[in-house]
Design a protein around this ligand. Sequence first.
Ligand code: DP6
Length: 350
Amino acid sequence: MVKGKEYRAEWECPSNIALIKYWGKKPAQLPLNASLSFSLKKAKTKTRVSITPASRRKVSFMFEGQASAFTERIENYLANMSLEHDWLNDFSFKIESWNTFPHSAGIASSASAFGALALCLVDLKQQVNNRQFTQEQFFQKASRWARLGSGSACRSVFPAFAVWGHLNQIPGSTDCHAIPVKGRFHPDYYSLRDAVLLVDSNKKQVSSSQGHELMNTHTFKDARLAQVNSHLFELLTVMEKGEHARFFELLEKEALSLHALMMTSDPSFILLHPNSLNIIQRIRDFRKQSGLHFGFTIDAGPNIHLIYFEKDKEVIHQFVEHELLSFTEQGQWLDDGIGNGPIQLTDEGV
Ligand code: DP6
């Protein structure tokens, strides 16, 4: 560390959409089960962190130029991280963040937010210690640090597909951080797209964290663990072989299992909106009628992610515009797709 010097890091990190869902966790933010996702291209958070030496850590956080309710979560995160990483106690933090998607979009903004923040922190650690990590060490560390902020964030620091959670069949997989899944799948899956249909932007009655918690005592906990492991294992094989019909069956089973778990937890809760079901019905009808391969997934909210292949973009866009937008909130949807992972916006770092 150079005395009195200000260090700065700036990263852009995408959100991700899970094909196999993380639902339920153990202490220290470890997942009950392994999950698989792909990073998005357009839905991103850009974060700039400037640190100056200080006798006591102070944190200022601005989201899109304004004070934000997320500040407390970031303060708690840094306080927790500093128990293991003492250098975080020697600085004051100025953190500025922007999203490329509307706040109301119901996209997992904590994944891109903690992804971008963790990338900045690992970058700053390199600068403060004047020591470069290898690329692999850098992103592994960023994934681990992102996980401590929000579980799903650990998958966002890699391009395309990432697996988080230990599974015997996936060498190198671990609960501590996500790993990238490189070049293993049929080429069509590298052209996946995600049309995010915004059904309802009202605040959820139950947060993801509360939902995860309810899994600990869930009647179906053991059955879910058996199901999700077999889903993940089968999906990996299906994606290697390019069995598209089965891919979309498994995708939808995962999304519906996630919501079935919410509906049958104690207390029970329902995050789907009547229009979520209207959209699901239309998707299934149009799939039958068109014979094309596409389907849906859903996160912990009412919005529907229509997943399809790039080659069908024109037909799917027409279908969305003519048949689905009437079920969305003010016709809102985001047209996104599989992306290349985070980007460093300063020249120092990796
Ligand atoms: C349904 O990562 O938001 O999107 O770890 O408490 O921050 P915390 O939860 P979070 O949970 C996301 C759950 C999910 C499925 C998934 O992304 O795998």
